[in-house]
Design a protein around this ligand. Structure first.
Ligand code: PRP
Length: 173
């Protein structure tokens, strides 16, 4: 499938470092717990956490949405939940992409029930085209309007995740 460069690795790293500086400044004196939503988040999560110059903890959830290809069916379920006790702690939920918003809304709602001190969201790509539920994004890397994006963790049927840059797939109409 043909693909077109959307965000270069240089621009990704520059933006990741800007987000990291902003988070470190906002959480000065605290030790936030970063929770990544697997699998797509891995490279963003790894780069972001290493760039944040304050102590942090990390954990992951896996929220599988059923269906393959470019669309999800909207049915979401945890296949891995958090293991750190987040009650009373500042938590930052980290996602690679928000599309319909269903995954982030589902994970956020579940984490809120665990009683964190605060819960913010950090998303590399905020894709606005197909938003179904409104979910606040506190730290946003790149807002994009449309297109199926792959690379830097983002997949199409598990392919392209390893690419260091982000591309738009050219889908046949
Ligand atoms: C992708 C992405 C988000 C979700 C966003 O995950 O990583 O978690 O879809 O879509 P939504 O806003 O429409 O819910 P996916 O379920 O494809 O798993 P992956 O992270 O393993 O790629």
């Amino acid at each position: 499938m043909e693909k077109e460069l959307l965000i270069s690795r240089v621009d990704i790293q520059k933006r990741v470092h800007e987000l990291a500086d902003q988070i470190a400044s906002d959480y000065q004196g605290k030790e936030p717990v970063f929770i990544g939503v697997l699998n797509g988040v891995i490279f963003f999560f790894a780069d972001l956490l290493r760039a944040i110059r304050i102590p942090s903890r990390m954990d992951f959830v896996r929220a599988a949405s059923y269906g393959s290809g470019t669309t999800s069916s909207g049915k979401i379920q945890f296949t891995k939940n958090v293991e750190i006790d987040i009650r009373g702690k500042p938590v930052i939920l980290v996602e690679d992409i928000v599309d319909t918003g269903l995954t982030l809304a589902y994970v956020k709602e579940n984490l809120e029930r665990k009683g964190p001190e605060s819960l913010r969201t950090c998303v590399l790509i905020d894709k606005l085209e197909r938003r179904e539920v409104s979910v606040p994004i506190d730290y946003c890397g790149f807002p994009i309007r449309e297109g199926f994006v792959v690379g830097y963790g983002l997949d199409y049927d598990e392919k392209y995740r390893h690419l260091p840059d982000i591309y738009v797939l050219k889908m046949a109409d």
